[in-house]
Design a protein around this ligand. Structure first.
Ligand SMILES: NC(=O)c1ccc[n+]([C@@H]2O[C@H](COP(=O)([O-])OP(=O)(O)OC[C@H]3O[C@@H](n4cnc5c(N)ncnc54)[C@H](OP(=O)(O)O)[C@@H]3O)[C@@H](O)[C@H]2O)c1
Length: 252
């Protein structure tokens, strides 16, 4: 038993934990004593690397392949996780994303919007329904949705992504109201632009110059905010949207 850690003995599922922000979120949760289910869809080697990083630091983790945008992918996932770790999921982080195309309205289609809604509305819905029986039974649980500052910025040529991320805010608030009486908290973290592997070589100066703190955020900035929201330190916080973006936006 790891003592003195904020999330000792709990189990977390992080969707899209194989790389990018998800890997850092998995690592930070594991460092605080959580057994982490590292979900991925296609990059098994990356997911195994996340697991190795956690295990090398003395934490517990295992990789679980599932396309979280599909009913068939989510079906049976919670059973596999609880069988592996010996207890069901206490913390759910809805983080997975697919490609985020930048297209004008003229170039956009309903199918393109649906693609984004599949990641940011359908997948969280499938997963929350799957974790609820256990969370309700134990009268406790923490669900954290990963949104984005683009909702406040309203970036042009990005409407499918911005629209789907906007939906997550209403979903977070409604779920928080509905699940609060069952002791389940639901919050959203809205990251600013946090360079990860897929941004390698991309110029960031034009963005960081607009950030009040005058620098780019790091994946660990998001991960530590998630640990806070998942922990008892945030036990009276639900239905909130926390921007982690160096002050790039204020409020919702
Ligand atoms: N990085 C930023 O600047 C930033 C800013 C604001 C918000 N966000 C949000 O933060 C979250 C993470 O973004 P990121 O930049 O870290 O993304 P990323 O590096 O592209 O990673 C995406 C993750 O999602 C997984 N994934 C893709 N399709 C999946 C599916 N169908 N089922 C399960 N997993 C799937 C990928 O694994 P596989 O390839 O193995 O499937 C990968 O682990 C997203 O919700 C994003 O919108 C990021």
């Amino acid at each position: 038993m790891l003592s003195g850690k904020k999330l000792n003995g709990s189990v977390a599922l992080v969707t899209g934990g194989s790389r990018g922000l998800g890997r850092w979120i998995c690592k930070a949760l594991a460092d605080e004593g959580t057994s982490v289910a590292v979900n991925y869809n296609s990059s098994s080697a990356d997911a195994e690397r996340t697991v190795e990083l956690i295990q090398e630091a003395g934490g517990k983790a295992a990789a679980f392949r599932a396309d979280v945008t599909q009913e068939a992918g989510v079906e049976g996932l919670m059973d596999q996780i609880s069988k592996h770790f010996g207890r069901p999921v206490d913390i759910l982080v809805n983080n997975a994303t697919g490609p985020q195309p930048m297209l004008s309205i003229e170039e956009s289609t309903w199918e393109l919007y649906l693609d984004q809604l599949h990641f940011f509305v359908k997948a969280p819905l499938l997963l929350v329904k799957a974790v609820l029986p256990h969370m309700k039974a134990q009268g406790r649980g923490s669900i954290i949705n990963i949104g984005s500052e683009v909702v406040q910025l309203g970036n042009p040529n990005f409407s499918s992504y911005v629209t789907a991320k906007s939906s997550m805010i209403g979903m977070t608030r409604s779920w928080a109201s509905e699940l609060g009486p069952s002791g389940i908290r639901v919050n959203l973290i809205a990251p600013g632009w946090i360079p990860v592997e897929r941004h390698e070589g991309v110029q960031t100066d034009h963005y960081s110059k607009q950030v009040p703190l005058r620098k780019m955020g790091e994946p660990s900035d998001i991960a530590s905010a998630i640990v806070f929201l998942a922990s008892e330190d945030a036990k009276f916080i639900t239905g909130q949207c926390l921007s982690v973006n160096g002050g790039m936006t204020f409020g919702i």
